[in-house]
Design a protein around this ligand. Structure first.
Ligand code: ZN
Length: 320
């Protein structure tokens, strides 16, 4: 069992060295404590993990002459600000103390599977990403698209979760004229996410992924924004390839007189004397393939269709 002293903000106390200790003495004290509290030797021991993090931060504070001087000058005063440990070069610190860390050169990130290292390095890798030293992460999002708006070639707007590359300047921070970008004000990255315009391809299906290169998380190279299209079909319809199969309800009177109507974005001419179960085959369906319509006769569902069509037309004309 490890007895952990109460967390202290005094790095000398944490490492058990006098205030006039030499750099070599500080390193040696840290090395001994680090070996004792190394998370690999204390698996699952939360206190040891905290202690390891605490001594590592104390060492990082005293190792750097500038931050040690800052602590010596202001450390006991209330206005002392702890260093930003995400800026610390942990890789060098651990190798100086002969602490074995698996480093994945491809990812430029440690592979420890250990909570403490993940916390220490999580901030570190985030910093490296933001400074363009690591590849950016892809950003995944789903775009819900009702069939009546699924026109190939149309443009739509989506929200890419942040932090993401500024889509206006593509992460350069500048306009082409050399002025600061009006969207990110030169910051290159939008912390809260970005609005991105994309174009529906000529042919697509529900579940299809569209990749917008370089518009994901910041890094070098930046990640991509990946949009999954979730197509919402009207009730009683299905897609077979690009062919839409649907059901159209008519009143018996409409069927006997014939009519022109728009059904799921397709203009249809229903001939006089159409019977229940007749199938109308129309090319140029809403998804680019055919539209195969099965006509059913029903007084109430026919009336209901006319009412909802009317309502939808009214809503759309007020929307536009
Ligand atoms: Zn910008």
């Amino acid at each position: 069992m490890i007895v952990v002293s109460r967390a202290t903000n005094n790095p000398y106390q944490t490492l058990g060295v006098p205030v006039d200790a030499s750099a070599e003495e500080i390193k040696s004290a840290y090395r001994q404590l680090a070996l004792k509290y190394h998370p690999d030797r204390n698996r699952g021991d939360k206190d040891a993990e905290d202690k390891f993090k605490e001594i590592s931060e104390a060492y990082a504070t005293l190792r750097d002459p500038e931050s040690r001087r800052a602590y010596d000058t202001y450390g006991q005063a209330g206005d002392y600000r702890r260093p930003d440990f995400s800026q610390v070069d942990w890789q060098t610190i651990f190798s100086e103390a002969n602490i074995d860390i698996q480093w994945d050169p491809r990812q430029g990130a440690p592979r420890t599977g250990n909570a403490v290292f993940d916390v220490l390095f999580g901030a570190f890798t985030g910093l490296m990403r933001n400074s363009g030293l690591l590849p950016g992460e892809d950003r995944q999002l789903t775009f819900v698209l009702p069939l009546r708006k699924a026109r190939p070639g149309d443009q739509h707007r989506v929200r890419v979760p942040g932090p993401s590359v500024c889509p206006t300047c593509l992460g350069s921070g500048m306009t082409s004229a050399g002025a600061p970008c009006p969207t990110c004000y030169g910051r290159r990255v939008l912390a809260g996410g970005s609005d991105v315009i994309f174009t529906l391809p000529e042919s697509f299906h529900s579940g299809q992924k569209l990749r917008l290169r370089g518009l994901g998380g910041p890094g070098s190279p930046p990640g991509d924004a990946i949009i999954t299209i979730q197509l919402i079909l009207p009730t009683e319809s299905k897609l077979v390839g690009n062919d839409l199969h649907s059901t159209l309800y008519l009143t018996p009177l409409e069927a006997s007189q014939g009519l022109r109507t728009v059904h799921h974005s397709t203009s249809l001419a229903i001939p006089k004397g159409t019977k229940d179960g007749d199938i109308i085959h129309q090319s140029n369906g809403p998804m680019g393939g055919d539209h195969i319509v099965t006509v059913r006769l029903s007084v109430w569902r026919g009336i209901w269709r006319r009412a909802t069509n009317l309502l939808q037309n009214l809503t759309e004309s007020t929307e536009e």
